[in-house]
Structure formats: C-alpha cells, structure tokens
Design a protein around this ligand. Sequence first.
Ligand SMILES: NC(=O)c1ccc[n+]([C@@H]2O[C@H](COP(=O)([O-])OP(=O)(O)OC[C@H]3O[C@@H](n4cnc5c(N)ncnc54)[C@H](O)[C@@H]3O)[C@@H](O)[C@H]2O)c1
Length: 261
Amino acid sequence: MATNSNGRMTGKVALVTGGAEGIGSTVARMFVAEGGQALLCDVQIDKAQALADELGDNAAAFELDVRNLDQWHDAVKEAQGKFGKLTTLFNIAGISEPGNVVDVDLDSWQRTIDINLVGPFHGCRAAIPAIEASGEAGAIVNIGSMIAIRAAAFVAAYSASKAGLQGLTRSIALDCAERGVPIRANMVHPGAIRTPMYERYKFSGADEPENIERDFAATHPMNRIGEPEEVAKACIFLASDDASFTTGCDFTVDGGGSIRS
Ligand SMILES: NC(=O)c1ccc[n+]([C@@H]2O[C@H](COP(=O)([O-])OP(=O)(O)OC[C@H]3O[C@@H](n4cnc5c(N)ncnc54)[C@H](O)[C@@H]3O)[C@@H](O)[C@H]2O)c1
C-alpha cells in the first residue's frame, strides 16, 4: 500500500510498544519514514531488533513487557539516551483471547487487563513527565478497537480492557489540557486488521479459515479486512502537528464496523 512521506515526524522521538510485528511495526516503519526516530519496544526482542537494524540509525529496539513499570522507566531513559528526548508514545501492544463472561479463564482475564489496560497506564505514567521535559508539543496514541465502542460477547476481557483504555485516554487528554501541558492523547480504534493477531485467529481451528475471513469481513459495512498501513496512517496523523487541536478523540479505522446497529 502506497504511503506519502512528508517528513511529518521530523524532530519527533517515539516509543512504540508492540513494535516487533503487526500494527506496531507498521507504525514504527512509517514514523521513521516520516523523518522521526523510534524506540521499538516489545517482548519479542529479536524481531524488534531485526526491524530496528533494517530501519537504520533512526531506530533502536528495547525489551519491554508493558506490564512492568520498572521496565517502562528504563525504556523511557533508553529513548532519551539514544535520541535525546521523548515526544511521542504509541501504546500498541495488546492481546486478544476468547471467552464470554461466564467461561473466560481467570488467568486470561487478568492477562488481558494487565497487557491491554494496565500496560498503557504504566506507559503514560512513565512517559508523560519525559515528554513534558522535552519542552515540545507531544502526543500519545493509544490503540483501542472497534470492540471498545461495540462490545462483543465472545471477548469479555478484551471488550472491558479496550473500553477501559478509552476512559483512561480521555482522562489523560483532560488532565494535560487542564494543566496546560502540550500533550494530546487520542485513540485509534481498528476493525479486523490483517496482522499476526488476526492470522492466528483465522488459522486457530475455530472454523474453516475462509469462513472466518468471510464472517469477519461481514462485520464491517465495507465488507473486508483492513490493512495495518490503514491504521498506521491514522496513528501518524494523530501524532503529527496536523492534529494540533485534536485530543481525547476516537478515530475509527474499521470500515464502518462500530456504527453498525
Ligand atoms: N489485528 C486486529 O484485527 C486488531 C483489531 C483491533 C485492535 N487491535 C489492536 O491493535 C494492537 C496491535 O495488534 P496486532 O494485530 O498488531 O497484534 P499482533 O499480535 O500482531 O502484534 C502485537 C505485538 O505486541 C507484542 N506484545 C504482546 N504482549 C506484549 C507485552 N506484554 N509487552 C510488550 N509487547 C507485547 C507482541 O509481541 C507483538 O509484537 C493491539 O492492541 C490489538 O488489540 C488489533
């Protein structure tokens, strides 16, 4: 998919979680292509390192489990040490595990809340003072989901974690605005997107892969699966100065899925 590179991230330094693959790696690629510098953070450090090597001097990798606040402080220091400052945070790492409210495995519930909600909370807690210290306009982009807006019965923990993240993002947007801190906080809500997460479900054996593809596509009025680049473009816009009066917003990239009744 073609992308325009206009240097919109020149002078910006980002920490990207989930930077090893899927949407996070696509955002990291686009951020660097737009002139920025990025620290790719992930539990899959080998993959994150391979991508950082490919992207060159404006990228580096760091092993981070978003559940660990101490590691978050180290990651922020690493970004400041490598690139001189931190201006931008992309909370993209996340997991999705099936289970309705009665059947969901309790460990799965806790893991999902810890990675999808507590992780971004830790990230914002560690990164906001660092972004403030840069003295520049900053941005936080949190990845939610179409499911944050239109919950799904078969993913109770995921629905709760992403809706919780929406409340957290709005609280951060208000806090920064009311304190006069020039950091905007926004959410991007993807529909089904063709990433390793989606492919794992497609080939999980829950149904024939072609049925899963057809059924997922049909939940979106545009009747297709999205591409990671389509999500990354929204993330880059919200991180850019083009979005200078936008904070606390829900930017859907879901082919109309969240407005389907
Ligand atoms: N793919 C979709 O259809 C879809 C739809 C809506 C929302 N999302 C959201 O987009 C985000 C990215 O999803 P994706 O499809 O790229 O997923 P993915 O599984 O393809 O990639 C997720 C990345 O996050 C990393 N990660 C997982 N747990 C981590 C942890 N504890 N600490 C640090 N890194 C960790 C993984 O190693 C991986 O590199 C997630 O928050 C997901 O919920 C995805």
